[in-house]
Write a new protein. Structure first.
Ligand code: PEP
Ligand code: MG
Length: 754
């Protein structure tokens, strides 16, 4: 059963559109369950009715015609109850309704299951049979499992349908929900980032120059043929003649007269080479997969492998030629930090990632760069969006396709208002951040890219509270040498001197894998991450610390910070290594004392041991992004649980408050470098808790400054007292919004187009 299920889902996944997907479902489910009827009814959002969209066994001319309201008939009952209905004789059930002309009369047994996606009922999947019998438990379980798996595919295909209709007719606006990644609005043109060579994720595009595409395809094909011949040659006598024959089969699949001809003819019709290749290959793969004989089924794997190789060469050639439109919105299945490095900054206006959430590192970088971003847009048919005009609403985490003119106008207004606000805030650049009653709050920035430096200085940063050293590591093909690192760190330190720069030692693992140092784990956020990796590889840690200390010479503005510390032993060990590096460098003639060393509080264990940690270091800095993830047990990278990730959860606020108290008790300065520091209302609470420094992304800095200039410490403490008594994050949010409004800062409540 499992195998059948997997095959059906796989096949549906390769469907060319919603109708194709539904056809596959009804045909394959009817065959797999041996029933006489299988039908799918889908909810039509404008009428609220469940419409028959595909059937095997009932009258085809009723497809698109027969429909029921929620609660009406057995289909409506399934939808209404959101659970399966399994009946021996459907016609005796009080909800039964005979639909004229559908041809249901001969069928008595009925099993209907709801199709539910993200809590919404999308439709109902039904099987029927003439024999009067109850479907047994295993059949019911099969249909329920299948429906749960197909729900996402159907939701995806529905949006895809809207995109295609829009492209063809100019109609069909669609709004896709994701989660906010970086605030702001963008209107621009989609450029799809290919996720490596994946035949199933090739963006659809028209060929700009058919002759060139044809040539590119022939070149790529030639290269793969050459590679295969080379492999066969290298293996030489190790292979039997039969094995060699297999290579001949591969070469014949790639032959110009078979596969090559089909791809070329699609290119001549106007498709670009990658799209044509993917269509032809998927068709062939499906063909082999459907074959009865297991030997032939296995050939599907070979065909896929060959197609993928050709695709990789095509992508390589395309990459070199890429020209980005002026207002590019990068769209990809899983954008990562390095995706941002490839496009000129002035052309990039927005980002959309199908996977990941607002706390993924790519989103944090996007915030630092001020690029509106939507993450976790799981239903976005991203591969079909190339060249589409899109609107990104980074405040609410939504993407608008083919928007109505009225909607577009509203977004243009928001864009203009945002620009005006930024200009307004520019005047604050050189003003210190002092509350109405005279409390000074240093505002620092988080950096990673070199581009952040200018931006941070423009925004009036007084220091760097977190330099994510892994970012330059992520953008390379191999570990930088000690000397390369020294130069990178030197330029950071120089750019900000005499302001302090807090460099965090390498924090890889979790969602930050170096391409040249892969870490594959089932539970990466609870695994080999941050200090755990570098203590296991002292050579990496020592080289990094030495590079930092050398870069500091003469500037003396370096601070070193340790990530992901979860026990005192790790801290002691890391401090030993730092002292040793410093000692050795001094022996070699370096001047200057040890830079201040601090530790991040970003796992719950560190909250409870904050005093023990504080005693051993020069400063503490709370990493509220990870602390929130670990306290609430919510993967910061998972869009499915993004609505549970509350940085203002009462438990998080309590932890932040306790850490501040612990640091005070030990007389050690306490800072914060998580995203909460960049939230104007969050900053007011941190002021009240007694945080000594707030470090945030450069884009947020002027807003936070404006907020703190508008408050008094005593009223911030009253506010903190109030919210600490609340049980729900939602209530805390509402109270903070109220506070901002009372202080004339409603423009910082960012929900302009709910
Ligand atoms: C944090 O966890 O809050 C933090 C600042 O570190 P990062 O976001 O890089 O994990
Ligand atoms: Mg962290």
């Amino acid at each position: 059963m499992l195998e059948t299920l997997r095959h059906i889902v796989q096949e549906v996944n390769t469907a060319s559109g919603l109708n194709d997907a539904l056809q596959i479902i009804v045909r394959r489910v009817r065959d797999a369950m041996g029933t006489q009827v299988c039908s799918v009814y889908l909810l039509e959002s404008n009428t609220g009715r469940y419409v028959l969209r595909a059937t095997q066994g009932l009258n085809q001319d009723q497809v698109g015609v027969a429909s029921l309201n929620a609660g009406d008939g057995l289909v409506g009952l399934v939808a209404d109850r959101e659970e399966p209905v399994n009946l021996e004789s459907a016609e005796y059930h009080p909800s039964f309704q005979l639909l004229e002309g559908l041809g249901e009369e001969p069928f008595h047994a009925f099993l209907g299951v709801p199709i539910i996606h993200q809590r919404d009922v999308l439709g109902v999947l039904v099987v029927q049979q003439a024999e009067r019998r109850r479907f047994d438990e295993s059949e019911e379980a099969f249909l329920v499992t299948l429906s749960a798996q197909l729900a996402g595919v159907i939701a995806h295909a529905q949006v895809t349908g809207a995109v295609e209709m829009g492209a063809l007719t100019g109609a069909g606006p669609a709004k896709i929900s994701g989660v906010p990644g970086a605030p702001g609005v963008a209107i621009g043109t989609a450029v799809v980032v290919s996720p490596g060579a994946d035949l199933y994720a090739v963006p659809q595009r028209q060929a700009q120059d058919r002759r060139k595409e044809l040539q590119a395809f022939r070149d790529a094909l030639g290269k793969v043929q050459r590679d295969i011949k080379q492999v066969a040659h290298n293996l030489g006598t190790q292979l039997s003649p039969e094995d060699h024959a297999l290579f001949d089969v591969y070469l014949s699949i790639l032959d110009d007269s078979t596969l090559g001809r089909e791809v070329a003819s699609l290119i001549r019709e106007g498709e670009w080479a990658q799209g044509a290749l993917s269509r032809v290959m998927i068709e062939h793969i499906r063909h082999f997969e459907r074959m009865e004989h297991s030997y032939l089924q296995e050939r599907a794997v070979d065909v896929k492998d060959l197609g993928t190789r050709v695709l990789a060469y095509l992508q390589e050639a395309d990459h070199e030629e890429r020209v980005y439109p002026d207002k590019t919105i990068l769209v990809g299945e899983e954008l990562v930090a390095s995706s941002l490095g490839e496009i000129p900054r002035e052309k990039l206006v927005g980002l959309i990632s199908v996977r990941g959430s607002g706390n993924s590192h790519v989103a944090i970088l996007a915030r630092a760069m001020g690029v509106p971003t939507v993450m976790g847009a799981v239903d976005l048919p991203y591969a079909r969006l190339e060249d589409h005009e899109l609107i990104i609403d980074g405040y609410n985490g939504t993407v608008h396709l083919n928007p109505e003119p009225e909607v577009k106008r509203r977004f243009e207004e928001i864009l203009a208002a945002d620009d005006a606000l930024s200009k307004d805030l520019e005047s604050l650049r050189d003003e210190p951040c002092i509350t109405i009653d005279g409390k000074r709050m240093p505002l620092w920035v988080n950096t990673g890219l070199m581009a952040d430096v200018t931006r941070s200085l423009e925004q009036g940063a007084e220091g760097v509270g977190l330099y994510r050293t892994e970012v330059p590591f992520l953008l390379r093909d191999g570990f930088p040498t000690e000397e390369e690192q020294r130069q990178i760190y030197r330029s950071q330190l120089e750019a900000f001197a005499p302001r302090p720069v807090t460099m965090r030692t390498l924090d890889i693992g979790g969602d930050k894998a170096l391409p040249y140092f892969p870490i594959e784990e089932d539970n990466p956020f609870l695994g080999w991450r941050g200090i755990r990796v570098t203590l296991d590889h002292p050579e990496i840690f020592l080289a990094q610390v030495r590079a930092m200390i050398k870069a500091n010479e003469g500037l003396w503005n370096l601070r070193i910070m340790l990530p992901m510390v979860s026990n005192v032993a790790e801290l002691v060990e890391a401090l030993d290594l730092i002292h040793r590096s410093h000692r050795e460098l001094v022996q070699d003639g370096l001047q200057g004392r040890l830079p201040p060393v601090g530790v991040m509080v970003e796992v719950p264990a560190a909250v409870y041991q904050a005093r023990s940690l504080a005693r051993r270091v020069d400063f503490l800095s709370v990493g509220s992004n990870d602390l929130t993830q670990y306290l609430l047990a919510v993967d910061r990278n998972n869009a499915r649980v993004a609505d549970l990730y509350h940085s203002l959860h009462p438990a998080v606020l309590r932890a932040l408050n306790e850490v501040a108290e612990a640091a005070r008790a030990e007389g050690v300065p306490i800072g914060i470098c998580g995203e909460l520091a960049g939230d104007p209302a969050g900053a007011v609470l941190l002021l009240a808790m007694g945080y000594d420094v707030l470090s945030m992304n450069a884009t947020s800095l002027p807003r936070v400054k404006k907020a703190l200039l508008n408050v008094r410490v005593d009223e911030s403490r009253d506010l903190l007292g109030e919210v600490m008594g609340m049980d729900h994050a939602g209530d805390i949010h509402a109270r903070l919004d109220g506070f901002l409004t009372e202080h004339g800062m409603e423009k910082f409540i960012h929900n302009p187009v709910a």
